[in-house]
Design a protein around this ligand. Structure first.
Ligand code: AMP
Ligand code: MG
Length: 484
């Protein structure tokens, strides 16, 4: 297989070389043939061979498995050493056009970074990451991908014995802000430089031409994160653990732990069982992203300028730039949800709508999806979501006026909206139902069905209408868990 393991060529201090720990009885459950095709990844023919490969029992020839070291701010507290404690990077697969894919097995056994963990993953979180990361990709959000999932045939022990799984994740890299923090916190500035040069080469080679490539690198990471978080906001995604070790420099969403999608609109929405103070609530994600980027800036100071004061002011200016850049992306994303160009009156109109939705706890996804029906003359489904209790009708009038002022036809508006307001998202209760069926009854049909529906999140799929619906009160998910 065409592996070219550039990370393994860095010095030893960047990782531990380690093979996945074999599992007892691997059984292949999910394989992403479409992604394998795009990667030109040669899938083994038989289920047994696929199970051996994706469990880590038989790593591909030419892979050079390793666990990456990193640090990170977890809920604001600095942890000087984390690292892949339950994941092994097999290496970088390169296709015929030279595109690189990091292939990582999650749940692959202990490494020197496991601390007290078992290095394993329960089946539930593996299913969640598979479903949600693929849905995110189909929704148009930068993300790591899911290539495969196997059941390990072993139990993992959390509060109870649970079936274990190994999940195969594909990413453009696994370099995190926490990777920089690991070296910077040890005052290993040579390490920071090696890592930054490596990251620039890998992700943003054109920045080498910039006057100050390191300042440009910081700016670029700020940009890709601003763009990413704006997209999360558009679809109501709540990452749940926006620690610096879960923030990539590629701008891909990574580490789907206790992530969830908002049902009724409320910026304070939190699902994660460990987020006691709402640090990572839906509405706080932009400011947390900026906080994380300030952490990256701190690591890069000595590269940005030899004079500390000058370095600081330059870095600060760049990180400040996140604010306006985020807002530009945010309003572009959000105003597309009401079919308008993001000028000031449209922004105000959007905010008014969010306010009304907040007051009536209207379902975020469904309300927006129903707007395109409304503009084309069928207002009933939307009005029913608002219980007639508030001023939605008044808002609809203003919206119509604004659309006319912007010279946008009904049809154009509806088209924009249907491309930006998904009909289908991985609703938490549906994901939980899929996980329960798998864990309790070894039944993977609900998981497969959900993956299939979420393959076309913006298309009408009348036969799956119930998957568009918010949860019934009894189905409602209030808390999610990361399964560590
Ligand atoms: P996460 O919450 O998945 O981002 O993980 C945070 C840190 O804890 C990472 O360094 C993980 O590798 C580590 N970790 C999480 N679960 C386990 C586990 N079961 N065994 C070993 N390390 C783990
Ligand atoms: Mg993580």
């Amino acid at each position: 297989m065409p592996f070219d393991n550039s990370y393994a060529r860095l010095e030893n201090k960047f990782y531990q070389r380690i093979n996945p720990t074999p599992v007892k009885q691997p059984r292949i459950i999910l394989v992403n043939r479409e992604l394998a095709g795009e990667m030109e990844f040669p899938l083994p023919e038989t289920d047994a061979e696929q199970a051996e490969l994706f469990s880590g029992n038989k790593p591909p020839q030419d892979s050079e498995p390793l666990a990456q070291v990193y640090a990170g701010h977890q809920f604001g507290n600095f942890v000087p050493q984390l690292g892949d404690g339950r994941a092994v990077l097999l290496g970088e697969f390169v296709n015929s056009s030279g595109k690189r894919y990091d292939i990582q097995l999650k749940g692959a056994g202990q490494t020197m970074y496991s601390r007290n963990g078992d290095g394993r993953s329960p089946l539930g979180p593996a299913i969640r990451e598979y479903i949600v990361s693929e849905a995110m990709f189909r929704l148009g959000i930068p993300t790591t991908r899911a290539l495969a999932m196997v059941c390990s045939g072993e139990n993992v022990f959390r509060e109870q014995a649970l079936p274990g799984a190994v999940f195969t994740r594909v990413a453009s890299s696994h370099i995190r802000i926490g990777t920089f923090e690991y070296f910077a916190s040890r005052n290993d500035y040579e390490g920071v430089k090696t890592l930054t040069d490596y990251a620039i080469d890998l992700h943003y080679p054109h920045l080498k031409e910039a006057g100050n490539p390191y300042a440009a690198f910081l700016g670029k990471v700020c940009s890709v994160q601003a763009r990413l978080v704006a997209k999360w906001m558009r679809i109501g995604f709540i990452h749940g653990v926006m620690n610096t070790d879960n923030t990539t420099i590629s701008g891909e969403t990574i580490d789907y732990g206790p992530c969830a999608f908002m049902d009724g609109y409320d910026p304070a929405t939190v699902f994660s069982s460990i987020d006691h103070y709402g640090r990572y609530a839906y509405g706080r994600q932009p400011s947390i992203a900026q906080w994380n980027l300030a952490g990256l800036a701190g690591c890069l100071l000595s590269l940005i300028h030899t004079d500390t004061e000058q370095a600081k002011s330059r870095a600060e200016e760049i990180v400040q730039g996140f604010g306006p850049e985020f807002r530009t992306h945010y309003f572009a994303e959000m105003c597309s949800k009401i079919g308008l160009k993001p000028d000031e009156p449209a922004q105000e109109l959007l905010n008014d709508l969010l306010q009304i939705m907040h007051e009536s706890k209207a379902d975020f996804t469904l309300s927006f999806r129903m707007l395109s029906k409304t503009v084309l003359g069928n207002g009933a489904p939307l009005l029913s979501l608002f219980n007639g209790k508030n001023n939605i009708s008044e808002w609809l009038e203003k919206w119509k006026a604004e659309r006319e002022r912007q010279n946008i036809t009904k049809e154009e508006a509806a088209q924009t909206m249907d491309r930006n307001n998904p009909a289908f998202i991985p609703r938490n209760h549906r994901v939980e139902q899929a996980i329960s069926a798998a864990v309790e009854n070894d039944d993977f049909e609900p998981t497969k069905k959900l993956i299939k529906i979420l393959h076309h999140p913006y298309d009408e799929q009348p036969e799956y209408d119930e998957y568009m619906q918010p949860p019934e009160p009894t189905e409602r998910v209030y808390q999610t868990f990361c399964g560590t």
